[in-house]
Design a protein around this ligand. Structure first.
Ligand code: SGN
Ligand code: CA
Length: 551
């Protein structure tokens, strides 16, 4: 009898073990997700979209082996709000992170928390910009606020640390170190690998400032846009390369040069270079010193358009130089996945927190619902699921990411998320994709760059935008015949019916996404209260005065 009971006992244990093992092997098969996001990376500066400015072979590889979205957009073209939309799957007016000024409300449910609960290992490295630490991560090392290019500080769960070197390389080193040493191979993983580059004020690594400061780039057709056909908002925005880009901070002229030339100078000094150690600084000066000398010789003979072109070239040289490092480092990560046989079961996503102006309309920065900042790059590879080399023109948004990743991992998405899983588009089931319009809402005004508050709707054919707060102006663009959005046809009688229909659709969308005039007023009231309390209304960070210990 004893023997029989013992045998039954053994059998039950064996069955349990087998079941556990099967469960484990099922869990093991869930795909890993690597979410790569850079900061302010314009799709115009990825060769898979446009090969006139820079070659990005590693980023392009993601599209070559997967899919390139040509109509990916954001819901609010600014850093922290975009990140909040991505993590919560909700529009800014519902997740509360409407601008860069206030902290993220950590009572929001974010998709990484759901991944962790569902048994994924989770890690985040790089820029978050929330004012507080991320929830739902087994490990994180993040930059404080905007972070620094050289010898950056990182916030970790165990305290702060300064790491010597160049930020883009360091973020990758931290990521690979985690992959190599602390990844739990019994679990699938969610990795958020988030670059600071190519954010202002564009300090490239040595190898790339040496190469890129020698290059000349084609001028955009609208570099000298006079904003004639638009309302007050484009005219009053402070992001014109000629007028609002600083000669020292952005173009890297030294204070000595500016004083010597007697230029009326009110902008910021290029304080981030103060973080460099002696060796880094000497290499920097060896390249930027001669640029200063050259400018001194030419300045007296420059008119405004010559200065505009000079500034545009300086801007592109440094901006694209930082991207060259991002591309190299994306290559390092993709190679690591290959070398460790992880590529097969890993979805890799490359995107940016929004688009950026590379001289179109004479601008730098973002914020507007016009295409260069509304659109964002989106490239995804997922072997055996996505047909390599697919191009997708459907309208998708960063609002869709959370539900997409949850869908890929087989985790149920909360009912109140507002996006749509992209899995049907990834797997070729486009027939079920029925989205015909996108909603957008930007809030950060009055603030740096002076882009007025606006919301709007985009269909494949038209874009209707309403600027409000201290104006009440509407703009309509015919996207098919005017892709550069140079002609506001809102008052053109030919478009009366279009305006009426688009306004109706906009009303429906605002209702669908639970946005309203009452919420607009609520956020204006909040802004005014914060302003009265003296909360900073520009998010420009004070100079990094930290004493860096140089090795
Ligand atoms: C900084 C930059 C701005 C930029 C914002 C927001 N100014 O304030 O040019 O628009 O960040 O960027 S700087 O003088 O401090 O460089 S975001 O990507 O974080 O939204
Ligand atoms: Ca950004």
């Amino acid at each position: 009898m004893k023997y029989i009971i013992f045998t039954i006992g053994l059998l039950i244990t064996a069955c349990n073990l087998k079941e556990k093992k099967e469960q484990n092997s099922q869990i093991d098969q869930r795909p890993n997700i690597v979410f790569i996001m850079s900061d302010d990376h314009a799709y115009q500066a990825i060769s898979a979209y446009n090969d006139k400015l820079i070659q990005t072979p590693n980023i392009d590889r993601i599209a070559k082996e997967g899919i390139l979205f040509t109509n990916a957009t954001v819901t609010n073209s600014i850093c922290a709000p975009s990140r909040a939309v991505i993590l919560t799957g909700k529009h800014s007016h519902l997740n509360g992170k409407i601008d860069n000024l206030s902290d993220f409300d950590t009572t929001n449910v974010t998709f990484p928390q759901l991944f962790k609960q569902a048994g994924y290992q989770t890690a985040m490295f790089g820029k978050l910009h929330f004012g507080n630490n991320p929830k739902g991560f087994d490990e994180f090392k993040i930059l404080p606020g905007q972070g620094d290019y050289y010898n950056p500080k990182f916030i970790t769960a165990k305290g702060d640390t300064i790491i010597q070197g160049y930020v883009t390389d360091i973020i990758t080193d931290l990521t690979l170190d985690w992959m190599e040493k602390r990844r739990d191979t019994s679990k699938p993983f969610l990795l958020m690998y988030l670059h600071k580059a190519p954010h202002r004020n564009w300090l490239p690594a040595e190898k790339y400032y040496k190469a890129y400061t020698k290059k000349t780039f084609p001028l955009p057709a609208t570099l000298f846009d006079d904003y004639k056909t638009r309302g007050a908002s484009a005219k009053t925005a402070e992001m014109n390369i000629l007028k609002h880009m600083y000669l020292a901070y952005d173009d890297k002229l030294s204070l000595e040069t500016i004083k010597e030339l007697n230029i009326d100078y009110t902008g910021l000094h290029n304080y981030p270079i103060n973080r460099m150690n002696q060796e880094q600084r000497a290499s920097w000066d060896a390249v930027y010193g001669p640029i200063n000398e050259d400018f001194k010789e030419r300045y007296s003979s420059m008119n405004d358009s010559m200065l505009m072109v000079w500034k545009y070239q300086r801007y592109m040289q440094d901006y694209l130089g930082t991207i060259a490092s991002v591309d190299d480092n994306v290559g390092r990560l993709l190679n690591y996945l290959d070398d460790n046989k992880l590529s097969e079961n890993t979805m890799v996503v490359y995107t940016s927190d929004q688009g950026f102006y590379l001289g179109e309309h004479g601008w730098f920065d973002k914020r507007f619902m016009y295409d260069e900042s509304f659109k964002t790059p989106l490239l995804i590879k997922w072997p055996n699921k996505i047909t390599p080399g697919t191009t997708e023109n459907e309208m998708v948004q960063n609002l869709d990411f959370a539900q997409t990743f949850l869908d890929v991992a087989g985790i149920k998405a909360p009912e109140d998320m507002q996006g749509k899983s992209l899995v049907p588009l990834l797997t070729g089931h486009n027939e079920v994709w029925d989205r015909d319009a996108l909603y957008y809402h930007y809030y950060e005004y009055p603030a740096e760059h002076a882009v007025k508050r606006h919301y709007g709707i985009a269909t494949k054919n038209y874009k209707l935008i309403h600027f409000y707060y201290d104006v009440d102006e509407w703009e309509l663009y015919d996207r098919l015949i005017d892709p550069q959005e140079l002609n506001n046809v809102y008052n053109d009688p030919k478009y009366t019916t279009v305006v009426k229909e688009m306004k109706e659709k906009l009303k429906e969308l605002r209702k669908k996404y639970k946005d309203s005039d009452a919420l607009d007023n609520h956020y204006i009231k909040l802004y005014n209260e914060q302003k009265q309390e003296g909360t900073k209304i520009s998010n420009r960070e004070p100079p990094s005065t930290e004493n860096i210990e140089h090795s």
